[in-house]
Design a protein around this ligand. Sequence first.
Ligand code: ADP
Ligand code: MG
Length: 354
Amino acid sequence: MFGRLWQLLSHDIGIDLGTVNTLVLVKGKGIVIREPTVVALHKKTRQVLAIGTEAKRMLGRTPAAIAAVRPLRDGVISDFETTEAMLRYFIHKVHENPGSASWRTLLKIPRPRVVVGIPSGVTEVERRAVQDACLSAGAREAYLIEEPMAAAIGAKLPVEAPEGVMIIDIGGGTAEMAVISLGGMVINKSLRVAGDEMDEEIINYMRTRYGMLIGERTAEEVKIEIGSAYPVGKDNLATVVRGRDLSNGLPKSLKVTDAEIREALTPVVSQIITAIQEILEETPPELLTDIVERGIYLAGGGALLRGLDKRIAEETKLPVYVADDPLTTVVRGCGEVLNNLDLLSKVRVTGGLR
Ligand code: ADP
Ligand code: MG
């Protein structure tokens, strides 16, 4: 009874440190934070001015002295100090009483255990850095789990079984793919081509086809509104895009269709499919048989691109499924690991006590 109470007070947390979104889950409570992975800094002093939603509002709107950065943009931690500041901010935000450290110590309430999902391309030094950041932000224990593993667990795939499962997590900066069996990744690939690159292709398309300049945010909106990887059916989609006419610098708006955006997205979708085919070629035959039966699972925001599942299924001749609520798969996987310490010891994770 007391043990349980202590556990609730100690707020064990799972964090999905994504290239676009950071999600935090508290054991027993569910997802409590969903914020963009953006930090606003003073350029000269490197002082952190804002984090998350507040910092994202500043993207593309900052005066010369301030920079709004995405510290994990390409799936690697380009700026450790900023990442650390962000982790600290999110961990403290969950522990809403920062001044309560003393009574916590007095009552011997344990500090939180933290499980963080990190991109699989992260180096050993960067791992160490994330782990240290968690510990110095007040975690008692910090475990790092690779995102494809967390995504597979979040998608409720049997990762511990002697059976091959395939998961593809398409985020903003990276598309992470893995074949998992017996708690480990047998094959994995981290492609630095995903949602951001789709937005860039839309920007390129509007410039070359219509001589029109649009911003990253507009491109993302267009992608979400009418983007697809497979013809959407007989009710074609269209949207009005606003930008600047490159010939005279004046505001311009025009209508684009799903077919045009599908064409724009082709290079990215093709690269993702090629990478999947390469992984399948490298997969040992027994595991491949399992995947043929079970199918490929998609997670991450990119999995929401219309018809991507259908397109991958057509190209690979395998069944493809989108995980439930793909934007939260990784953080729910981290939560599952917090609930099941046995799993924590089975899946290969780095970290532990300070
Ligand atoms: P990360 O894990 O890298 O932080 P997420 O899994 O949170 O990334 O996914 C963010 C990406 O998903 C962004 O590029 C975003 O534009 C894209 N995305 C979100 N919703 C959709 C949608 N409905 N269609 C296509 N892409 C989407
Ligand atoms: Mg992710």
